[in-house]
Design a protein around this ligand. Structure first.
Ligand code: FMN
Length: 177
């Protein structure tokens, strides 16, 4: 699919078909994430991928009731984390500027956008979720303390074709000088 198509057609999907996603496609969306730019190429984003029924159920347990409803039937849930204190930090371990780990989160967002667009390109739906219990997720996947849990991304075949929610105009978000 062309970029314009993929970027316009991608939607947050809150209803999935009870169909598995091919493991190669799961790897392909993560491979796309690795192509994104990052602060000094630090590549701090990490993915914990729940593909088995047990792992998916365990991740869903950490989510709000709303997101549990959104992910009924979702065959894959990708837990996203970042290595902290690296992106945006100097060799001396000090933050380079006031944003600190904000830069790692920035890099993570860029990577995840690649992941979402690749999924759309492969005919898969996604949902980024910020409503989840980070401590429970850390314990399920033995995530080290050097990492911060960010989001959970659902991946699967869409069982719904939502409209695009309204977007702000270019003039609302940009000032030209
Ligand atoms: C950081 C982030 C957190 C989000 N958290 C949730 C969430 O917990 N549950 C949910 O249903 N949607 C969540 N969303 C999806 C947004 O609501 C959605 O992207 C937005 O309404 C625009 O719709 P679209 O993705 O179809 O363009 C989240 C999106 C982002 C980027």
């Amino acid at each position: 699919m062309e970029f314009q198509n993929v970027s316009v057609k991608r939607r947050s999907i809150r209803k999935y078909k009870a169909l598995p996603v091919e493991h190669e496609k799961v790897r392909a969306v993560i491979e796309a994430a690795t192509l994104a730019p990052s602060w000094k190429n630090s590549q701090v984003t990490r993915y914990y991928v729940a593909e088995s029924k047990e792992a998916v159920a365990a991740v869903r347990e950490t989510m709000s009731e709303y997101n549990r409803g959104n992910t009924a039937n979702a065959p894959v849930l990708i837990v996203v984390a970042i290595e902290k204190n690296r992106s945006g930090f100097g060799a001396d371990g000090k933050p380079t500027n006031e944003l600190g780990n904000g830069w790692g989160l920035y890099d993570c967002g860029l990577q995840n956008m690649n992941l979402l667009l690749k999924a759309a390109d492969l005919g898969l739906g996604t949902l980024v979720m910020g409503l989840r219990d980070a401590e429970k997720l850390k314990s399920i996947f033995s995530v080290p303390d050097s990492q911060i849990i960010v989001s959970v991304i659902a991946l699967g075949y869409a069982d719904i074709d939502p409209q695009m929610p309204p977007r702000k105009s270019v003039d609302e978000i940009a000032k030209f000088f």
